[in-house]
Design a protein around this ligand. Sequence first.
Ligand SMILES: NC(=O)C1=CN([C@@H]2O[C@H](COP(=O)(O)OP(=O)(O)OC[C@H]3O[C@@H](n4cnc5c(N)ncnc54)[C@H](OP(=O)(O)O)[C@@H]3O)[C@@H](O)[C@H]2O)[C@@H](O)CC1
Ligand SMILES: Nc1ncnc2c1ncn2[C@@H]1O[C@H](COP(=O)(O)OP(=O)(O)O)[C@@H](O)[C@H]1O
Ligand SMILES: [Mg+2]
Length: 278
Amino acid sequence: MMLCGGSRGMAGSIALSSIAALHTGSGLVSTAVPDRCLETVASFHPCVMTIPLADDLQGHFAVGAVDELASRLDGLDAIGCGPGMTTNDGSMQIVRRLIEPTKLARVFDADAINCLAKMQWAKGDPISSSKSRSGKSRSNNGEANNIVLTPHPGELGRLAGIDTKNRDLQIEAAQKLAAHHHVTIVVKGGPTVVVDATRTWINSTGNPGMATAGSGDVLTGVITSLMGQGLSPWDAARLGVWIHGAAGDRAAAEYGQPGMSAYELLSELPKVIAAFDS
Ligand SMILES: NC(=O)C1=CN([C@@H]2O[C@H](COP(=O)(O)OP(=O)(O)OC[C@H]3O[C@@H](n4cnc5c(N)ncnc54)[C@H](OP(=O)(O)O)[C@@H]3O)[C@@H](O)[C@H]2O)[C@@H](O)CC1
Ligand SMILES: Nc1ncnc2c1ncn2[C@@H]1O[C@H](COP(=O)(O)OP(=O)(O)O)[C@@H](O)[C@H]1O
Ligand SMILES: [Mg+2]
């Protein structure tokens, strides 16, 4: 599986996603980052493999970085995109490429969602009736696309063009968007709600201590990892959110909600999964 994101100053975000994927069953994690961030991202964990993509002087993806990424998508089981990426032109190209119709399992988070918002994707034609790269129309007759979006309320607001703190309205907007594009949407919060075209599910794990920088980046890695292991978007999103919240509850028990950070979630993830077997 692959993760794609990061930039100079936000290298930690995509490192957190990558390590979370390693700790949730993905044996091989490749992380595509702007070249100037490679050593930083690689140095967080020796088992993460890094792929340098073309960057600009600020350490953001360069225009054209998408070509190298696209050349590595064949045979891939899943890709998670967005943490720490910014919404510059190079990132926009990457998101435009990844949102095209394909069977590849994809997770869009953070700046990938902000890129989708910038290109007004929510209002666009449903993915299922878009043209493929060959120009042929690819209707999937309402079948779910292999896509999970993981917005926090601010990102959902940008994406869906709503400006509200009202939770019911946020979920309603996500349900409409999920039905329009046949995707699964994780509406983050306390509690997190997962929706797809026809279903709504409310998570039972997690705590306010998880409102800490990088916590969502960990979730991106977990859900991408589960999709890479063959789970459907709906199952990967629900199981991923549940495991992530349970790791947060373990971290809160050990460190306290004020003191826990997203970093502690990483070491709790395997313990949550190991508990399934005992
Ligand atoms: N270590 C790293 O490298 C890290 C890097 N990171 C990277 O930083 C980049 C910016 O991402 P970001 O989420 O910090 O900023 P942004 O999208 O402007 O959101 C703020 C806006 O959304 C709202 N809002 C947010 N959460 C909300 C909630 N739970 N519930 C309700 N509202 C909420 C909030 O509204 P407010 O509550 O302030 O009214 C505000 O308007 C991105 O690339 C990310 O990946 C991070 O992943 C951290 C670790
Ligand atoms: N009060 C809360 N209860 C449970 N989980 C929460 C609460 N507040 C935030 N979270 C979780 O913390 C994570 C924050 O994600 P996000 O906003 O993307 O953070 P970041 O971008 O800093 O990684 C989400 O999974 C969200 O559901
Ligand atoms: Mg986030």
